[in-house]
Design a protein. Structure first.
Length: 250
């Protein structure tokens, strides 16, 4: 038809359709995101601006802003708010690296009592230390900003992941001995007459003795490493201390 403006097409992938559909039906998501998801789905399905305004009950300026961003940068951009400041504040790469270095160190290295960082504790420490460290922009950074920096570097300083390192050169021999004991017990259980008390074989298994206390680690914790080791690495092995109780050992 002559004189008719060509409509810009909004193409959605299957994953985007699924995400937008779930968001449009959400009862917990912010209402503006629910409305925008409905706008994007309706427009991609061929509804006109007038039909979208009537069905969803939003203003035309909101429709145009949402669709302009989606057509320019993809559907996910249509869900986001436009940044209203003239220039979005930037955090330099050096400042981000400083945040990552703080997160990869334990709080006690900065004279704090906590064993590991919490997001609130880390954000507070960074805000208080940023000026002196030469990163004044971070003095106003909140938990969400710190979380984004940690997420970019795949760092989770509040988590501990255990590992096991073989240090005993006799480990394989000892392992075979333990497995042989289990095998003997299994064979004995199916031996005819195994319940004969006179010829019975008894096996005693001893794990940790009462009165043994873990007092330290055999290896120091491994700090998080950006993009390599997200959490604190800790060996399962520990140093124990036997103290005298009513069991007869020293």
């Amino acid at each position: 038809m002559a004189g008719k403006t060509k409509r810009a097409a909004l193409k959605l992938t299957e994953n985007q359709k699924t995400m937008l559909t779930e968001l449009s039906r959400s009862r917990t998501a912010p209402i503006r995101e629910v409305e925008r998801a409905k706008v994007l789905i309706g427009y991609a399905d061929g509804l006109s601006i007038s039909d979208l305004q009537r069905q969803i009950g939003v203003s035309r300026p909101m429709l145009y802003k949402c669709l302009d961003k989606a057509l320019a940068g993809g559907a996910p951009m249509g869900l986001k708010d436009t940044y209203h400041r003239p220039h979005e504040p930037e955090i330099s790469d050096e400042a981000r690296a400083w945040v990552a270095s703080i997160a990869c160190a334990k709080p006690k290295e900065h004279d704090l009592a906590a064993e590991v960082w919490t997001l609130s504790g880390l954000a507070k420490f960074i805000a208080e230390s940023a000026e002196a460290a030469g990163f004044p922009r971070l003095a106003q950074a909140g938990k969400s900003t710190i979380w984004r920096i940690l997420n970019e570097n795949d760092i989770k300083p509040h988590q501990i992941r255990y590992y096991w390192e073989k240090r005993d050169p006799e480990f394989e021999r000892k392992r075979q001995e333990v497995l042989l004991v289990y095998q003997e017990v299994s064979i004995e259980a199916y031996r005819p007459g195994h319940d004969d008390q006179a010829n019975a074989m008894y096996t005693v298994s001893v794990d940790e003795k009462p009165g043994i206390q873990a007092i330290g680690l055999t290896a120091p914790d491994v700090p998080p490493i950006p993009d390599k080791l997200p959490a604190i690495g800790r060996d399962y092995d520990y140093i124990s201390s036997r103290y005298r109780v009513n069991y007869g050992w020293n």
